[in-house]
Design a protein around this ligand. Structure first.
Ligand SMILES: [Zn+2]
Length: 162
């Protein structure tokens, strides 16, 4: 399953999936993370701290094989490099995002401050940008962790509240 939004950067859909969550399709059985909330929180924070981002968010476009950019986060190097809303991010570091396995491996090796190339499709033409990756902003980190806790750990926290 491929998430259709929330990439947060160089494809955070690939980099920021839950540590060991059993992903289920929408409408399927409830999603549940296999880790305790404490160890999951720690592993998410560790992962965010070593992840470098372009800082964008978009929707997966199957036909084009990329993420159609819908917004840039504050401080996005994608926006400052000249990427635009509506561009479709198709490659990072020369690796097609449609090649999920290789793209995921590459995403996991991106660090804040390291350099990367990002290729977009704009009006049928490929344009490649050189960017220096940023760290995950605290508010984005909090938002992503909160979302995961609600989606994957809600039964656990509800049980504890009793
Ligand atoms: Zn979890």
């Amino acid at each position: 399953m491929r998430r259709t939004s929330m990439i947060l950067g160089l494809c955070a859909a690939l980099a920021f999936s839950a540590p060991s969550a059993g992903d289920k399709e929408e409408g399927g059985s409830p999603k549940k993370c296999n880790e305790t909330m404490e160890s999951c929180l720690q592993s998410m924070v560790d992962r965010f701290k070593r992840t470098g981002l372009i800082g964008l968010d978009g929707e997966w476009d199957e036909a084009l094989g990329g993420y159609k950019i819908e917004r840039f986060i504050e401080g996005s190097v994608g926006a400052s490099a000249g990427m635009q809303i509506g561009d479709v991010l198709i490659k990072v570091n020369g690796i097609p995002l449609s090649d999920e396995k290789r793209a995921k491996a590459d995403a996991e090796n991106r660090r804040p401050g390291s350099e990367a190339t990002a290729t977009v499709l704009r009006e049928g033409r490929e344009i490649t940008f050189h960017v220096k990756l940023i760290a995950v902003p605290a508010d984005v980190m909090a938002e992503e962790i909160g979302r995961h806790m609600i989606e994957y750990h809600a039964p656990e926290s509800a049980a504890r509240g009793q």
